[in-house]
Design a protein around this ligand. Sequence first.
Ligand code: GLN
Length: 230
Amino acid sequence: MCRHLAWLGSPRTLGELLLEPAHGLLVQSYAPRRQAHGRINADGWGVGFFAPGRPEPARWRSSRPLWSDASFASVAPVISAACVLAAVRSASAGMPADETAAAPFQQGQWVLSHNGVVDRLILGPHAAAESVCDSAQLAAHLFDFGPERAGEFVADVGKRDPGARLNLLLTDGNRILATRWHDTLSVLRTNDGVVVASEPDDDDPRWFDIPDHHLVDVQAGEIAITHLEE
Ligand code: GLN
């Protein structure tokens, strides 16, 4: 399983969000605290972020471990964004190892990360997917279905593939949607924004855990949590 994180609020640097937290994605790439499947996340990483005046996100992805990316570590402290989504990857068995298989996947304004595994046969092939990786296929199908309907999509795929782990995290720059479906998910509201992440990236007591089979929807400063039909 991978680990992912999204931020929506006042601008923060990519360094503050990914590299500096005591248990942030950088540390989670080699020492996650709550990961149930896989021990490290060294099969690539990626970040999508939104710049003022440009609706489409910018992306930086890599097939290498986040800890080995010295160039990113150098620029991360000077890139700020009000909305950021990032992931570190532990590739599932049989999945490709190149950069195109690393989240976030993108279509238009949306970027998406998937922490988990899904049977590609139940999805059917998708020609527009960025990779044959299960997560990229899942992303392409959700982009068609409607990213705003991520909860409905996960409940449906979960019924058709009971072994699937469907922890999705997606944003269009104004809204974060996240599902917890057989892994962990936590939320932190600070004075200037909201973090949604696979696991807390520090020991701030304001973190709270989302129960399994739930959807988190962060929009206009509000956090809505709803149960997903199993
Ligand atoms: N199945 C996806 C992949 O192979 C995601 C894996 C994960 O969550 N660790 O990249």
